[in-house]
Design a protein around this ligand. Structure first.
Ligand code: NAD
Ligand code: ZN
Length: 333
């Protein structure tokens, strides 16, 4: 019942061949990467419409989706149209959701232009927008027709955004491929398109086995339970921490917790910290565990009950462990 096709990851040539067959293309792009359009789509017949977006978490809302839906209507987009999302995770999340509800659902394809979206956001069919201060509160599962992985588009990506993507990529390798993790740690992933493709493929495999997150897909939350608490506190204090940075710090905390409850052998946290430090990723949460616990308790999913922590026995060997927030915080101290 749940079996769906594996998310399709394609090269530039393959994407161009697929797009050339489409009679009705509508391109929605992040204005910061308008330059990408020419090199990607320049040889194709003109699209029916080109819609530029501003990408910020503040504009990742239902209002933007509605504005897009109206632009689709104005462009007379039919049920056969294909939306092409060109941008980072904000753009692909927004466009995917817009596609999911326009005329009860039309197709879309992703051209992710950040490392984070290449290995994570643009692969796997989760789409959505924020509601008030709640991230990704509204959304739908809708698989893109394909995700184009093109290393070229990353050349203008700011270093800090690149690092944020690296954190998610390392997360994926820590779950399923200790060798690739070691390779990524050794030299980083700049100019290593094969590692980027590998991380995206591992995610695609996980999603194809568990598209609706009934089990295995939850592993992709490694580092995120703590990471979200860190992001939450940063936002409250008006401090600037990216999602990827928070995830890196969260993975270190997950490693510490894994050691403290006797799941991982001693040294895992130190190893991961050293790895992240070598890559220039942050590793230390600026907030004490007590404050993180409070933030996690406020998260309504955690209220009273147990939280599913994604922990590690070792790189490549994740374990889902249910603990209350109090238990986790006591162990971390
Ligand atoms: N759907 C999912 O499964 C999933 C998974 C992870 C994250 N996400 C979502 O993804 C979003 C974060 O994604 P992101 O980090 O890609 O954010 P983003 O889309 O905001 O991109 C980050 C910044 O980089 C700019 N940018 C993008 N590509 C560029 C390029 N090639 N050159 C120069 N600048 C470029 C953007 O304009 C933006 O300012 C969050 O909203 C998050 O919720 C979704
Ligand atoms: Zn993430």
């Amino acid at each position: 019942m749940d079996a769906i096709a594996r998310p399709k990851i394609v090269t530039l040539d393959e994407a161009q061949a697929l797009l050339a067959k489409e009679p009705e293309l509508i391109v929605v792009f992040d204005q910061n990467v308008a330059w990408v359009l020419e090199s990607l789509l320049g040889d194709l017949p003109p699209a029916k419409a080109y819609i530029g977006l501003e990408s910020s978490e503040e504009s990742k809302t239902m209002d933007t989706v509605l504005a897009l839906e109206r632009q689709l209507m104005e462009a007379d987009a039919s049920r056969g149209a294909l939306l092409v999302a060109v941008g980072g995770g904000i753009t692909t999340d927004l466009v995917g959701f817009t596609a999911a509800i326009y005329k009860r659902g039309i197709r879309y394809a992703n051209v992710p232009t950040t490392l984070l979206s290449q290995v994570d956001a643009a692969v796997g069919g989760k789409t959505g927008v924020n509601l008030d201060h709640y991230k990704n509160m509204l959304g739908a599962f809708r698989m893109p027709e394909f995700t184009l992985l093109c290393p070229e588009v990353l050349k203008t990506l700011p270093e800090r955004e690149f690092k944020a993507g690296e954190a998610e990529l390392l997360k994926t390798f820590l779950l399923r491929d200790a060798k690739a993790y070691a390779a990524a740690v050794k030299n980083g992933v700049k100019n290593r398109p094969e590692l980027i493709l590998k991380a995206a493929s591992i995610k695609a495999d996980i999603v194809s086995r568990d598209p609706y997150e009934k089990g295995e897909r939850a592993l992709l939350n490694l580092g995120h339970t703590f990471g979200h608490a860190i992001e939450h506190l940063a936002q409250e204090k008006g401090e600037d921490i990216t999602h990827g940075e928070a995830v890196a710090m969260g993975i270190v905390l997950a490693a510490r917790l894994s050691e403290r409850i006797g799941l991982a052998s001693k040294g895992l946290e130190e190893q991961i910290k050293a790895d992240f430090e070598a890559l220039g990723l942050p590793m230390q949460s600026p907030y004490p565990v007590q404050a993180l616990g409070e933030a996690m308790r406020k998260d309504k999913k955690a209220a009273g009950g147990k939280v599913k922590f994604i922990l590690l026995k070792a790189p490549g060997e994740p374990v889902i462990q249910e603990l209350t927030v109090n238990e986790a915080i006591d162990d971390l101290r």
